[in-house]
Design a binder for this molecule. Structure first.
Ligand code: NAP
Ligand code: G4F
Length: 383
């Protein structure tokens, strides 16, 4: 018998990779998507099946984490073996602007899922994965961070996720639910939302290389993150729900890197050397040199002269608008428990992650460059 999974947040980065992974494993995957005035399913369109098709293994339901009745009805209809609760207002900076909404979706949303499973008498059938986060460690109390490290959240997002973490533990202990927290450190991919730092950087670099954008404005460049690939991390989610006993696990690579170094490494992928000088809001990054053969191979000869003419120019600047009222300065995880108990091993290191993201964004942005150049040629023709 194939298993049935319900994924909240199926239209997000992790939802997309997890759906693909579970479908390949023979699951029937149900997902909750929000109503939107624009299409919001582009990450999962390749998995979509027409509702008139028989024996579908991918089914979408309209829903929202703020609507208890809707969540309960969907769980009642789907009768899932596994629920992956990934839906969240997941942007830390945005949570300072929308703290109540973030608490409602990220904190109470988790309670709504757990309580629905309990009220529908699905406790013995349904296993629940809660998308917990390394943001819980915030002002870190231990280096590296592991399952036993005390939490010190530093944003409305992290505080909401702290409620979600403990209500998951509480329902496990109070009602013997198979409910687990995956405490995942930052994980990225070509599908990462465009306003998270890694994707913002790989997109901006691609656009700068192709002459669509002149510079990029960043926030805190000294923050350190433990970045893995989302493809590796969704496998951990699955493994966490396949164990004999429910438990909580840290998922991380154990390597930490500054935002500044991430930027340099990403530029390096296309042969551009960037040099940073100054400090704080006055820190800037300049083009220090270009390895032409690498640039031509990765970006194309057409764009080489333009970028060579920019050597010495500032292309990275700091805008304090991107600073957070309270920052998480250092995250580095110790995933020993996951490695030993789940036999989880990440396949991607940071270099392979950046390679994947840069290749994808260069390809994507070339389409944009081509369209804008074609438009420019048409305009010139008519002038
Ligand atoms: P993401 O790309 O931002 O996706 C979030 C998903 O939640 C989207 O499908 C979004 O729908 C949905 N959503 C937001 N508000 C909702 C609401 N009110 N009702 C229903 N759905 C709603 O996030 P992600 O990177 O895939 O992360 C998945 C989960 O893991 C999140 O809970 C995040 O907080 C957590 N997490 C992420 C990381 C990481 O580094 N990526 C690390 C630790 C934990 P739309 O597409 O319509 O916006
Ligand atoms: O990419 P970020 O926005 O991710 P952040 O805040 O670490 O949160 C992500 O990872 C968490 C896991 O630890 C998830 F729970 C959460 O849902 C989300 O997926 O920022 C990373 C770092 C921060 O220190 C930030 O201040 O990059 C710094 N940064 C510097 N300039 C910037 C920018 N962040 C963004 N988004 N944009 C900038 O221009």
């Amino acid at each position: 018998m194939s298993k049935t999974a319900l994924i909240t947040g199926i239209t997000g980065q992790d939802g997309a990779y997890l759906s693909e992974y579970l479908i390949k494993k023979g699951y029937t995957v149900h997902g909750i998507k929000r109503r939107s005035s624009l299409f919001n399913t582009n990450r999962i369109d390749h998995l979509y099946q027409d509702p008139h098709q028989e024996n579908r293994n991918m089914i979408l339901h309209y829903g929202d984490m703020t609507d208890s009745m809707n969540i309960t009805r969907i769980i009642a209809e789907v009768q899932p073996d596994e629920i992956y609760n990934l839906a969240a207002q997941s942007h830390v900076k945005v949570s300072f602007d929308t703290p109540e909404y973030t608490a409602n979706v990220d904190g109470l949303g988790t309670l709504r899922v757990l309580e629905a499973v309990r009220l529908l008498n699905l406790v013995s059938k349904t296993r629940i994965y809660q998308a917990s986060t390394s943001e819980l460690y915030g002002l870190v109390q231990e280096i590296p961070q592991k399952e036993t490290t005390p939490f010190y959240p530093r944003s409305p997002y992290a505080v909401a996720k702290m409620y979600a973490y403990w209500i998951t533990v509480n329902y496990r202990e109070a009602y013997q639910m198979f409910a687990c927290n995956g405490i995942l450190f930052n994980h990225e991919s070509p599908l990462r939302g465009e306003t998270f730092v890694t994707r913002k950087v790989t997109r901006a670099i691609s656009r700068i290389a192709l002459g669509i954008q002149n510079e990029v404005y960043m926030g805190n460049l000294s923050g350190k993150r433990d970045w893995g690939h989302a493809k590796d991390y969704v496998k951990a989610m699955y493994l966490i729900l396949q164990q004999d006993m429910p438990d909580d696990y840290v998922i991380a690579t154990g390597v930490t890197t500054t935002i500044r170094d991430f930027i340099c490494k990403s530029f390096d992928k296309i042969g551009i050397a960037v040099e940073f000088t100054g400090a704080g809001v006055n820190e800037t990054g300049k083009i220090a040199g270009i390895r032409s053969e690498v640039f031509v191979e990765r970006v194309g000869e057409t764009y080489l002269k333009r970028i060579q003419n920019r050597i010495g120019e500032t292309i990275v600047k700091v805008d304090p608008e991107y600073f957070r009222p309270t920052e998480v300065e250092l995250l580095i995880g110790d995933a020993t428990k996951a490695r030993t108990k789940l036999s989880w091993e990440p396949r991607y290191d940071l270099d392979a992650l950046i390679e994947d993201m840069m290749q994808s964004d260069i390809k994507e942005m070339k389409k944009e460059a081509y369209v804008s150049e074609a438009g420019y040629r048409i305009l010139n023709y008519f002038e």
